[in-house]
Design a protein around this ligand. Structure first.
Ligand SMILES: Cc1cc2nc3c(=O)[nH]c(=O)nc-3n(C[C@H](O)[C@H](O)[C@H](O)COP(=O)(O)OP(=O)(O)OC[C@H]3O[C@@H](n4cnc5c(N)ncnc54)[C@H](O)[C@@H]3O)c2cc1C
Length: 312
């Protein structure tokens, strides 16, 4: 059957998601759609409803592990429809697809601080809001949010900050079934040179402690209360542990890297081994930070997805 023609939507069939994920792993999406604007997004959603396929939004693809079999879904990229940045005093309105490092730099150019922590996080605004992206000293995107524009069962609306809950690497947007279109963040005046110095320091620290040259998905496991997943994994002797083409990074034990030929099945098997060894060594059950994208039941390291509701 030919790929349907939807006005304002670039639509392709069987697109390998390895091309669109930071981990460079993942089988095909049944459809990969890039709407030009919100009107085209409406057209796409209408068509999606008609053919009964689930919809998944992909941001930077930096927090997902996609099954080798891919997903029988319409994967949507909002990079054209929601890619704008607009400043208004100390507020910034950022589209869901804006990447955090680009946003942090744009804010610095405006002499606005608050987003320095985001300079090395390779995710989009929409993805960052799902997991309340942040860094070890406690700074996170949730703390800056004034409102979030969403598309849900009640159509398009703005959720005010009071309706949103942000916690360590989670928010009530995650699993809620709403699509984030953009967010308004509250920043504070700060000299651009001061911001630049801090961002450089943060990037250097990342370069020294994370395997930035190899495909990875950032931290694989959440830090358990009062401890660090990386410390526990290293203490359990897992650094360098390998399955097929994948291995636990020697630089940062909470990262899994691969040589370009790794598979999702190998990553999952390695995660299971790490969980088992940490449990044997420290009696702690590590929970995943990354998200599984696949059809059918999730493999054992991943928790069941939360029940979907229409709104947070
Ligand atoms: C090298 C590296 C370093 C990292 N460092 C950090 C760090 O310091 N701190 C940190 O918190 N995280 C870090 N991460 C993890 C990751 O970058 C963040 O979780 C990021 O916020 C994910 O955003 P994304 O756009 O890539 O999301 P994706 O991986 O594309 O998607 C993640 C989830 O968000 C959903 N989603 C994405 N966009 C939308 C939208 N518009 N509406 C609704 N749902 C949406 C997806 O459907 C999916 O469920 C790192 C990852 C890597 C690879």
């Amino acid at each position: 059957m030919p790929v349907p023609s939807l006005p304002g939507v670039e639509l392709h069939e069987r697109v390998p998601l390895a091309r669109h994920t930071y981990m460079r792993i993942g089988g095909p999406a049944r459809y990969f759609a890039t709407p030009d604007d919100l009107a085209a997004l409406d057209t796409l959603l209408l068509w999606a409803r008609g053919i009964g396929l689930p919809l998944r939004v992909l941001g930077g693809g930096s927090n997902v592990l996609v099954a080798d079999e891919g997903v029988d879904a319409i994967v949507v990229s909002l990079r054209r429809a929601c890619g704008g940045i607009r400043f208004e005093g100390t507020r910034v309105h950022a589209g869901a697809a804006v990447m955090l490092p680009a946003l942090a730099r744009a804010a610095a150019d405006e002499g606005l601080g608050g987003l320095e922590f985001a300079i090395g996080i390779p995710g989009s605004v929409g993805g960052a809001l799902q997991s309340n992206a942040g860094i070890g000293d406690g700074r996170n995107i949730g703390a800056l949010v004034e409102g979030v524009d969403v598309y849900g069962a009640r159509g398009r609306r703005t959720l005010p900050g009071e309706e949103l809950r942000f916690d360590y690497r989670r928010s009530n947007l995650r699993g809620s079934g709403v699509m984030v279109l953009g967010a308004t963040l509250l920043l504070a005046p700060r000299p651009p040179e001061t911001i630049e110095v801090e961002m450089r320091r943060l990037l250097e620290a990342r370069g020294a402690t994370q395997p930035t040259a190899l495909p990875n998905a950032g931290s694989i496991f959440r830090n358990p209360p009062g401890d660090f997943a990386g410390r526990l994994i290293e203490a359990a002797g897992c650094k360098g542990l390998a399955v097929g083409h994948t291995r636990v990074s020697e630089l940062h034990a909470n990262f899994i890297v691969h040589d370009g030929a790794g598979t999702a099945a190998e990553v999952v098997a390695l995660m299971e081994q790490v969980q088992e060894r940490v449990f044997q060594h420290a009696g702690i059950q590590l929970l995943t930070e990354i998200e599984w994208w696949g059809d059918g039941p999730s493999p054992s390291p991943f928790p069941r997805p939360p029940e979907l509701s229409d709104e947070p």
